[in-house]
Write a protein that binds this ligand. Structure first.
Ligand code: G3I
Ligand code: 9MR
Ligand code: ZN
Length: 551
């Protein structure tokens, strides 16, 4: 494998910082895996000492299994380039500036362009990561092989080339919410081949996925096919255009159908000012999916979608469809104001399932957000439900805040949260904190959300920036087929790695990481799909979070 010859050359450091730097007017801290003491922060331009401080006391940190201490240097606000020195050790060189994450936001969004399927990625936009059009053939309908349908477009899910309805809906929902929350931060063109100077690029990018999601609606029933994939994963070193095995539309599932309804109803609202025809088409798709759901009894306890025995690509099984239905009802109500959706929402809200989750297994948080935003927008809502959901949201955020105070690296991840895709949990939690902050009006949650960005960009025990191409020690050997196969030394940039996974769910981890503490169960290696893969729905909450800190 070509990247094996190019291991990361920057050595691991014990003094860890956000490798991209810190916004000037915020709290700033580094974390040191060691016992600490007096430190200096050197201005690397003048070589003069800009700041002196002492770390706090060292404490044992459960998730990382190390003694850690923290140095707070929020008072240092002068824009510049700095390095921390402590006990003869040095940190990465980082900046303090007014707007340190503008390129990161653009890069994370550009990541979606690199996931695009069905079109050539031209050098003008893709640089060395260009490739030919892939997966352009019709897909075979699994439960009626005589039926073949247009399947082209959308984003690859991850390091594999499958395309899955639910995960796609989560990714679009995060990006659309990011745009709704901070539209001005999306003014700068990426640019994309579809940039037109009218509609922001984030909406062009989402439209690429939405255009594909239309194709996932079964023309026979209005339900949504669960996924579109080959029967098996292709080899790890295969470029997308060389993956020519038959593509199958796997059977309709309720979770996929509800996700399609939710995201289409959302899109109908957001695209309305830019493209009336497209918005109407989105709404029709959402309504048709909802009609399918009305005909189909919910399954609160499974079974949900199961791979047929001859299919081994991602299953994305989900025992309950109540949360996806809840999301769909909330979005349809927010967009149309029709009483029947409100009633459906209330019935679902009364069911005992968590209401604040943002993962593909539980999309309830999107429903809660939609309902609370409806109230804010003046759509008629139930005061009792608004109060209960708002209070519940704040309670969740308070719980996350308490965990941040207990963690050596200042995040809300508990030792048990370091599982497959822990960086999604990290970013989802930060997202929840920001949304709670929106409804609560305080600054505290926002500050905690920023600590999660610092972890993602290098202030973690492994001193990794978990975003390819960003920071001075980024992950580079991703489990991402194009990055493995394209012969380019640098991985496709702007992709969020899954992160540490204490369950060691792949052979590479089992062989190399036995006995490691949860937050150290990670290797930057392409064979480690349970730690170092990338997905659209790990990138998307990062876009949401980072957008809050871009000017
Ligand atoms: O829900 C349980 C939780 O209750 C339990 O405490 C925890 C502890 O182990 O596990 C949780 O389940 C995990 C589940 O994800 C939910 O997040 C499983 O352990 C874990 O194995 C499972 O991993 C998923 C993986 O597929 C395998 O099914 C990842 O989330 C999911 O992101 C990943 O998705 C793959 C696609 O199938 C194919 N494409 C690539 C993509 C990313 O790797
Ligand atoms: O590449 C696959 C990745 O996208 C999935 O997340 C992962 C788990 O389903 O599986 C990967 O494929 C591996 C397969 O499961 C086992 N044989 C090796 C494959 C990687 O080349
Ligand atoms: Zn493709």
């Amino acid at each position: 494998m070509k990247q094996a010859d190019h291991p990361i050359t920057t050595p691991h450091r014990n003094i860890t910082v956000n490798q991209l730097g810190y916004p000037a007017e915020t709290a700033k801290a580094f974390v040191y895996a060691g016992t600490g003491g007096g430190y200096e922060i050197v201005d690397t331009t003048s070589e003069e000492i800009a700041y002196r401080g002492r770390t706090g006391p060292a404490q044992r940190d459960e998730a990382t299994g190390t003694m850690v201490c923290r140095g707070d240097f929020g008072d240092l606000r002068t824009p510049g380039t700095y390095q921390i020195r402590l006990n003869g050790e040095s940190s990465a060189v980082f900046t303090i500036s007014s707007n340190p994450y503008a390129d990161l936001q653009q890069g994370l969004l550009k990541g979606f362009y690199y996931f695009r399927c069905g079109m050539e990625l031209e050098e003008a936009f893709a640089g060395p990561w260009k490739h030919h059009a892939c997966h352009t053939s019709e897909g075979i309908v699994y439960d009626d092989p005589s039926l073949r349908l247009d399947s082209r477009g959308g984003w690859h899910d991850a390091g594999d080339y499958g395309k899955y309805t639910g995960p796609g809906a989560k990714a679009v929902a995060d990006l659309l919410l990011a745009y709704e929350a901070n539209p001005q931060t999306f003014d700068r063109p990426i640019p994309l081949p579809d940039s037109d100077g009218q509609m922001p690029d984030v909406l062009h990018e989402c439209r690429y996925e939405l255009d594909w999601l239309f194709k996932m609606q079964d023309p026979r029933s209005g339900g949504a096919f669960h996924k579109l994939t080959t029967k098996q994963f292709p080899a790890l070193d295969m470029m997308p255009e060389d993956d020519r095995a038959d593509l199958y539309f796997l059977p309709v599932s309720a979770t996929a159908t509800a996700c399609l309804a939710g995201v289409m109803a959302m899109a109908a609202r957001i695209y309305r000012p830019f493209d009336d025809t497209f918005a109407t088409r989105c709404l029709q798709a959402a309504e048709r999916a909802w009609t399918w759901l009305e005909r189909t009894p919910p399954h609160p306890n499974g079974p949900g979608f199961k791979n047929p025995s001859d299919v081994s690509t991602g299953e994305y099984g989900d025992p309950s469809d109540l949360d996806e239905r809840y999301w769909a009802a909330a979005e349809l109500y927010r967009t149309t104001g029709e009483a029947s959706y409100h009633e459906a929402f209330r019935v679902l809200a009364a069911q005992p399932f968590p209401k604040y989750e943002l993962g593909w297994t539980n999309m309830s948080g999107y429903g809660t957000i939609a309902y609370l935003l409806s109230a804010e927008a003046g759509v008629e809502t139930d005061a009792a439900w608004v109060t209960a959901l708002r209070n519940g949201l704040i309670e969740e955020a308070d719980q996350l805040a308490r965990r941040c105070a207990e963690d050596g690296y200042l995040t809300s991840l508990r030792p048990e949260d370091y599982i497959w895709g822990s960086n999604m949990i990290l970013m989802n939690n930060a997202m929840l904190l920001l949304i709670a902050g929106h409804f609560d009006g305080g600054e505290r949650y926002r500050e905690l959300a920023l600590e999660h960005i610092h972890y993602l960009l290098g202030r973690n025990v492994l001193d990794f920036s978990y975003v390819s191409g960003f920071g001075d020690r980024p992950v580079n050997r991703l489990h991402h087929r194009p990055s493995v196969a394209d012969g380019v030394e640098a991985a496709v940039p702007g992709l969020v790695s899954g992160g540490p996974n204490r369950n060691l769910n792949d052979d590479y981890m089992l062989e190399h990481l036995q006995g490691q503490p949860p937050a150290q169960c990670f290797a930057d290696h392409e064979l480690s799909y349970a730690g170092n893969e990338v997905t659209i729905y790990w990138n998307s909450p990062a876009v949401f979070v980072v957008s809050h800190f871009v000017k």
